[in-house]
Design a protein around this ligand. Structure first.
Ligand code: CO
Ligand code: CO
Length: 321
């Protein structure tokens, strides 16, 4: 999938209220409505990633809302975006929508209708509105050398859901992947915005390395990851050993490999770091003196996190085995 910024023509006058938009495309657009209030606005939808329609709806909703959390905001309002085949038994779209709606309620937000079109392949997601104080917007730029890189969900759900489609994933892998994908990034966002932070994004279709590179590039800095520190859902590394990667992993590798230097990591583990994720965690660049306080806030929220690397002078990404 090509970044939308490559397809859009330039719109010269966006006005002063668009704080984050096309010029510096981020996880979501941010629009100033009052001195103390900015709207975060985003849309995301995709084809089924799991068999169970309720889980699919919940995952698609968590994924769509994630871009609001990646901007440091809280979700307030959502609309369903639906493409369903005409011959789909009614209980399936009902379960998808129930999964989505219950996830929006869990986020403390309101779901107010939406729009449905007929399509051969089902697609579901949300248009989402959030709110953030204009001084507390979390963007991809702003990471500084010396910052600590923290990740708030395990990786590897993309390879597990691909294996699920060919019956190659065991049930423990699938349960861990579904639980992780359906988890809201709300508590992670609250732990981040409760203190000082420099840059935030969420890990989705471009994989850890694609999204990390965007953050590094936007920040004018380099990054170093320690592979051993990366968390993976159960079974992901074994599936990588069997080279059961989705096609998106090759696309990401083609797009981002030139920005990455691997110090002695086997090819299958390199590829795993390029593999698309769905509803992944937040990647955060924290000032080093902030990490302990961040950990305390995470513990209070029962929010897991992993210290996975650091921001450095220079450019590009280095991965230590
Ligand atoms: Co995003
Ligand atoms: Co998105």
């Amino acid at each position: 999938m090509r970044p939308l910024t490559e397809l859009l023509s330039k719109h010269p006058d966006q006005g002063p209220n668009l704080l984050v938009g096309l010029e510096d495309a981020d996880d979501a657009a941010v629009y100033l409505v009052r001195e103390e209030t900015a709207i975060i606005f985003t849309v995301d939808f995709f084809t089924p990633v799991v068999d169970d329609p309720y889980d699919y709806g919940a995952i698609a909703a968590a994924n769509a809302m994630s871009d609001v959390y990646a901007m440091g905001g809280e979700v307030v309002l959502a609309l369903n975006v639906c493409c369903f085949p005409a011959d789909l038994p009614l209980e399936i779209p009902r379960e998808i929508l129930r999964g989505g709606a219950e996830k929006v309620y869990e986020a403390g937000a309101v779901i107010a209708g939406g729009h449905t079109v007929e399509d051969r392949e089902p697609k579901y997601g949300l248009a989402v509105m959030g709110l953030v104080h204009p001084d507390r917007i979390a963007t991809k730029g702003g990471a500084r050398p010396g910052d600590v890189l923290v990740l708030t969900k395990p990786l590897g759900v993309g390879i597990v859901t691909t294996a699920l489609k060919s019956d190659a994933a065991d049930s423990r892998s699938v349960v861990e992947a579904v639980t992780s994908m359906a988890r809201l990034n709300r508590d992670a966002a609250r732990a981040i915005s409760g203190g000082a932070f420099h840059a935030v994004t969420d890990i989705t279709g471009f994989g850890l390395l694609g999204h990390a590179w965007e953050m590094a590039d936007r920040s004018g800095a380099g990054m170093r990851f320690n592979f051993k520190a990366l968390p993976f859902v159960y079974g992901a590394q074994a599936l990588a050993d069997d080279w059961l990667f989705p096609a998106g992993a090759n696309k990401n590798e083609a797009a981002y490999r030139r920005h990455v230097h691997f110090a002695g990591l086997p090819p299958e583990m390199q590829m795993l770091m390029f593999t698309p994720e769905t509803s992944g965690g937040l990647l955060v660049a924290l000032p080093p003196e902030e990490v302990d306080a961040f950990g305390t806030r995470c513990a209070a929220l029962d929010q897991p996190y992993w210290v996975v690397g650091e921001v450095r002078e220079g450019e590009g990404i280095e991965v230590l085995a």
